[in-house]
Design a protein around this ligand. Structure first.
Ligand SMILES: [Zn+2]
Length: 310
């Protein structure tokens, strides 16, 4: 009760002060929280790990959200408008938000397409589309380590007095990513080379395939904007039967319909393929679960893939 009275007195005093001298001046940037708005959760996760308490990080695309088709809501536009730092992946991942990022040019915000910090020669080209790069770079933790360094630079630009703290946390996070890469290599080593075939709902896993020696095929293309045709599905079903692939995978951010159609098509050819589990492709899992972090989502994926193909 005494505490309550003290608080009430403090608030009343504050109100009187406000009435007397108008609204207080906004605190300088050094002493307030710096607002960071990101598109995908994987970028937000890195920003939270690296930024520390000064940064308030929100992501627009939560669990189960497909970034290729995502259109910003009025609330999202307000969160972008209110942000000091806007971090998106770029490489045309957030295909329907281009105009929003375009409109921020010349604003006082720090706006970064962090995926585009990766040197071009390390990026994969989309098959049949020269000059267009595959945006799913987070599936190679070594490439993602380049991206998180860019996230750290964007945060440090906004809080230069915290640069050494940010760099220390970046080094810790990059060490976690290196450990994750080692863990994935050890898990994948349990699979015979000929069993390393990954068939998923859309073409999100080419960086994973390149890093860990998997042949990768998606029913839909690199973007989910174009639909798979029945002939695409029949061709893939024939491939599964010919190569005796044991399992295919659904994705948390896409409807399982096309994967089920593929399974039925393979069955009509006399090859029984199981759905090996659900992978986190373009969105992380629920907050508070292990898969709600970048490291946890990659770990879940590799354990699911290797478990089903063994
Ligand atoms: Zn995708």
């Amino acid at each position: 009760m005494r505490e309550f009275l003290a608080l009430a007195k403090f608030l009343a005093g504050g109100l009187m002060l406000l009435a007397a001298c108008g609204p207080p001046a906004p605190p300088s940037e050094d002493h307030r929280t710096i607002k960071v708005t990101t598109t995908i959760g994987m970028i937000a996760d890195a920003a939270r790990n690296i930024g520390g308490p000064t940064f308030e990080v929100v992501e627009l695309m939560g669990p189960g959200i497909d970034p290729h088709l995502y259109r910003p809501t009025a609330g999202d536009l307000a969160r972008i408008e209110g942000a000091d730092v806007v971090l998106h992946l770029g490489l045309e991942l957030e295909g329907r938000m281009g105009q929003v990022f375009e409109s921020l040019k010349g604003s006082r915000k720090t706006v970064r397409a962090v995926g585009e910090s990766i040197p071009k020669e390390k990026l994969l080209e989309v098959q049949g589309v020269p000059g267009k790069h595959d945006p799913h770079v987070w599936f190679d933790p070594q490439l993602w380590s380049i991206v998180v360094a860019d996230i750290a630079r964007a945060l440090a630009d906004r809080a230069p007095e915290q640069k050494s703290e940010i760099e220390r946390r970046l080094a810790d996070y990059q060490a976690d990513l290196a450990a994750l890469d080692g863990e994935v290599r050890r898990t994948v080593a349990q699979l015979h080379l000929e069993a390393r075939v990954l068939v998923t709902a859309h073409d999100a896993f080419h960086y994973f395939g390149k890093a860990y020696g998997f042949e990768v095929l998606g029913i839909q293309g690199v973007s989910t904007a174009a639909e798979a045709s029945p002939s695409d599905i029949r061709r893939l079903a024939r491939f599964l039967a010919d190569r005796k692939v044991k399992a295919v995978f659904v994705e948390t951010s896409l409807s399982p319909g096309t994967v089920k159609a593929l399974q039925e098509s393979a069955s009509s050819l006399g090859w029984k393929v199981v759905i090996g589990g659900s992978l986190f492709s373009d969105a992380m899992g629920d907050k508070g679960t292990p898969e709600g972090t970048y490291v946890g989502m990659v770990r879940h994926n590799v354990n699911t893939i290797v478990g089903a193909l063994q």
